[in-house]
Design a protein around this ligand. Sequence first.
Ligand code: HGY
Ligand code: MN
Ligand code: MN
Length: 410
Amino acid sequence: MSIDASTAGASFHEMWAELRPVGRDAGSGGYRRYAWTGADTDCRAWFRAQAEARGLTYETDRNGNQWAWLGDPSAEDAVVTGSHLDSVPDGGAFDGPLGVVSSFAALDELRRRGAQFTKPLAITNFGDEEGARFGLACVGSRLAAGLLTKEQAYALRDADGISLPQAMEAAGHDPDGIGADPERLARIAAFVELHVEQGRALDLSGDRVGIASAIWPHGRWRYDFHGEANHAGTTRLVDRRDPMLAYAETVLAARREAELAGAVATFGKISVEPNGVNAIPSLVRGWLDARAADGVSLDQVVEGIRKAAGEYADRHGIDLAVTRESFTPVVEFEHALRDELARILGKQTPVLGTGAGHDAGILAASVPTAMLFVRNPTGVSHSPAESVEEDDCVAGVLALADVLEGLACR
Ligand code: HGY
Ligand code: MN
Ligand code: MN
């Protein structure tokens, strides 16, 4: 790093302070920035204001992703950086926003250096990365990459029954044009996403910044356990068809199968009908998130859980339906671009894999893509407790500036 860190830090911290209160719940201290809600609209307004304050050409693409261009948006060979601004329920401040804020701060830094751009540069905010509202992660990038069709997107609904197109329309985005955007993606020479690390590899190795190698294959499955509603006080245990029992045993099976396969499996969301303290449920719906280092292990864990759930359901007289809601195969980031990042940042920069999904993983199918991770001292993420040291934020900005200079200024 050849530059004055305090300048990059000032630019970063000014933006960070402005964005920090947006969508933050006073009670939990976590973020509730769900796609196409008021908090999301406020984040989008912030992004647009940052673009315009820097004289960048602002646009929203057909899928609602935001772009801020330095140079001609229609030219070939663009270098693109960015991440997302939405959050999981009560998410941390850094997952997503660190990448977007660092992108603007890196551009400020490059301008300060007097960098001469030979390629167009764009900063992006991809819409609905977390899938907290409509259940499917990376909707903006999936649509652009043609991995989610307009018909499939139109079928997505939130917990209140509001469809994705209705939500888009209510937030002022015309949903009619959503769908694959191959011309836009074809103009991208490289996409680099900076992200908070969601683990402790960098903390353990003592490095501030790392380069991504791969993203584990992962997916989401909905388990519907249908039983029979009845009175909690008067129904004999032997007469019950209680779906909660089959669900509870399935949660334990998920843990067991994940341990056997060296994978991870989580039931983190549940809905119960009728959801009464004194009623045996008629339906327990649980969502399984499962991830593994390779496809074979993931198949093993997912099949193991499904088989166990079927046995428990039979035992308790429950009808079980399992629906795969999303799946992302293993992503190996492009080796040539990864090597280029290592050349720019130094061969000693650690290279690490992750079990977390990212827009970069979705775009990797169509665009040369790479990621930078910034140290997370506790490894905690998807929680208000997520944190990054201030010096590490600045180190991330400087690393990203070096990478963008290497890719877009030669
Ligand atoms: O769930 C994920 O892996 C990501 O943070 N969207
Ligand atoms: Mn996340
Ligand atoms: Mn993220």
